[in-house]
Ligand binder design. Structure first.
Ligand code: ATP
Ligand code: MG
Length: 409
């Protein structure tokens, strides 16, 4: 919620468009309270980073980080409930009405030796220095009600022009912290912003240092990038083999990603069409088991002939799951296959609760024992029954199944 108000009095004689505008942004009351408390005690404090970017861009921020000249111990002494979350890096969580707020002391980063984290951080007194350590101009702005917008690096103009630009010398910034390379492409995809030429050049130049970023961080940035509005933002990186360590050696089919419903399917499509071996790539990224299963299901389904009948669809469901079948149809449709009839059949099977698993059968092993069947034959018989109800769901009643067993199927 942005309002612009004009400092009209002092600028009365200037033409309208030359008047300096003061930007007013809306901050949540808890954020205001923390900022004002710090100010009352003689410190500077601002909302900073992603929240300022999002508000200026017309998006709703998901959290409001605060930056302050007060040192962590001071912050902890000024509020009733605090947690020293990342006190070494200057971050204290201030809890107001049960809601956590991150408050970080102005700091610059010490030396970087591993392309990832600074060896140390140094608390500083100037907001400008704190903003200078931040990655992109659009992320390097601060705001409070009293002082308005603090924008030393042209972030506001870059938001207006929808451009991502490194703060300072791009090569140095990516060399210091390779995660910024992934963040760059992520923001480009999520915000739909272009990347400034020198920033892009430097990000690609330092792509080999991505190896030093933890798999978890790569995974989380990659997933956000693939789920953003413009996943093809990543193309310059994959064009130069920048994600070769994942086995993605050619640029994937970015165009299909927006048509895929689930994040798991987007990741699968990205890796698969980029030429990666799925299993090692997912192991490398340490993805959750659910994601692994979903990818395995996709491979299983891609290896089956496309289903034309209900029993064929039920067999797909049996081998995988309804959600995997849906993901598979999304995937095939994205590549132009007409899946309408198959989808209709899938919907009907689910709606009618048509049986396709052994557990759906109206009889079980115990019933078969009563019919005099034992040992391995029990399993074999159940599987035969499953196959027969797959074709004829109406046979799935106790009496029909027992009759079938007694008649030797
Ligand atoms: P979002 O929360 O929407 O993902 P964000 O910009 O708030 O985006 P955070 O990871 O929450 O990102 O970081 C908060 C701020 O800290 C950023 O806006 C940026 O100013 C700074 N920052 C975060 N990570 C880095 C980094 N690796 N290098 C430099 N500055 C960073
Ligand atoms: Mg954030």
């Amino acid at each position: 919620i942005i309002t612009y108000y004009y400092i009209a009095k002092r600028q009365k004689n200037k033409p309208f468009f030359e008047r300096k505008i003061k930007i007013m942004l809306f901050l949540p009351s808890d954020t205001e309270y923390i900022i004002e408390t710090l100010q009352k005690n003689g410190y500077e404090a601002f909302a900073v980073g992603g929240c300022v970017r999002d508000m200026l861009n017309g998006d709703t921020p998901h959290d409001f980080d605060i930056t302050t000249s007060a040192e962590p111990e001071t912050v902890m002494s000024l509020f009733e409930k605090t947690v020293p979350t990342g006190i070494k890096h200057g971050t204290v969580t201030v809890i107001i009405n049960g809601v956590p707020n991150e408050v970080t002391t102005y700091r610059t980063d010490g030396e970087y030796r591993d392309h990832r984290r600074p060896d140390s951080v140094i608390f500083v007194k100037s907001l400008r220095e704190d903003l200078a350590r931040r990655d992109f101009t659009v992320n390097a702005m601060a705001y409070n009600q009293k002082d308005g917008l603090k924008d030393f690096f042209g972030g506001r103009e870059d938001i207006e022009n929808r451009i991502l630009r490194a703060v300072g010398e791009p090569g140095r910034r990516f060399y210091e912290d390779a995660l910024r390379i992934m963040r760059l492409f992520r923001f480009s995809s999520v915000l739909g912003f272009d990347i400034e030429e020198n920033t892009l050049k430097a990000a690609l130049e330092y792509a080999p240092t991505l190896k030093s970023v933890s798999a978890e961080r790569i995974y989380s940035e990659l997933l956000k990038t693939l789920c953003g509005k413009n996943p093809a933002a990543l193309k310059p990186l994959t064009d130069i083999g920048g994600l070769g360590f994942l086995g993605v050696n050619t640029s994937p089919d970015y165009g299909i990603l927006p048509f895929l419903g689930s994040a798991d399917t987007k990741l699968f499509a990205f890796l698969y069409s980029g030429g990666a071996k799925i299993s090692p790539a997912l192991d490398f990224l340490k993805v959750p088991n659910k994601t692994k299963r979903s990818a395995q299901d996709m491979l299983t389904l891609l290896n089956m002939p496309f289903p034309k009948t209900k029993p064929e669809i039920k067999e797909m469901l049996y081998l995988t799951s309804p959600s995997s079948a849906e993901n598979y149809f999304d995937y095939r449709s994205a590549y132009g296959k007409d899946c309408a009839a198959a989808r209709d059949m899938l919907t009907e099977i689910i709606k009618n609760g048509e049986p396709y698993r052994i557990s759906d059968l109206k009889i079980g092993g115990r019933d078969l024992k009563k019919c005099g069947i034992s040992g391995r034959v029990i399993g074999e018989t159940l599987e035969k029954l499953r196959r027969s109800v797959l074709k004829n769901p109406e046979l799935n009643t106790r009496s029909e199944l027992i009759k079938a067993v007694k008649n030797g199927l």
